[in-house]
Every structure is written in C-alpha cells, then in structure tokens.
Design a protein around this ligand. Structure first.
Ligand code: FES
Length: 106
C-alpha cells in the first residue's frame, strides 16, 4: 500500500485509489474540507513535497484559479492515492476554527 507522509507529523498507509482527503481524515489529520469534495472551496488544498501525482483536471485548475495557487497546491479531494507521497496540509480545521463540511464521497 502507498505510504502518505504528512511532513513533520506522521506517516500512514492508504489503500491505493483512496481519495487523499479521506485518507488524511481517516488517519487523524484534520484537513479542512468545506464543499463535500466538489472542487469548489479549495480548503482541502495540499502541497506535494515528494512523490508523483496525476495531472490536474480542468475542474481542479478552475477551482484554484490563480496561477500562483495552481503552481503550488493540489486539491486533496481530487487526488487519489496511487504512490508514496510526502505532503503539507494547507488548512487545518483546528487552526481555522471551523469544522469540516460534508464528508466527500469515496
Ligand atoms: S475543494 Fe472543497 S473539499 Fe476539496
């Protein structure tokens, strides 16, 4: 199984094909996600530090919108775990002081 490392925090395994946002949440990382995984809110964004991810879809690119965000971030609700990854989570629920929205579909 692929290993996901959240830089400076923990490493865990995730079943290949799992949405990254769900793998994070199910392993105790309180990644913020507000729109139910619809590629609208961009609160679930992460930085890929190491590892390969598929190309960005049009909907992900449209959601991130600004070139500097597109260059730096991916939406964890739009990524499925396929390989080992090291990431940074941009927005955490306990820091933003708002709870997550509906759980994205698997
Ligand atoms: S863009 Fe809203 S949860 Fe990913």
């Amino acid at each position: 199984m692929p290993q996901i490392t959240v830089e400076g925090e923990k490493t865990f395994e995730a079943v290949a094909g799992t949405k990254l946002v769900l793998a994070l949440e199910d392993n105790g990382i309180d990644v913020l996600h507000r729109c139910g995984g619809q590629a609208r809110c961009t609160t679930c964004r992460i930085e890929v530090v190491e590892g390969s991810v598929p190309p960005m879809s049009d909907s992900e690119r449209e959601a991130l919108e600004e070139p500097e965000l597109i260059a730096k971030f991916r939406l964890s609700c739009q990524l499925r775990v396929e390989n080992d990854l090291t990431i940074r989570v941009a927005k955490r629920a306990h820091i933003e002081e708002i709870g997550p929205g509906p759980r994205p579909q698997a």
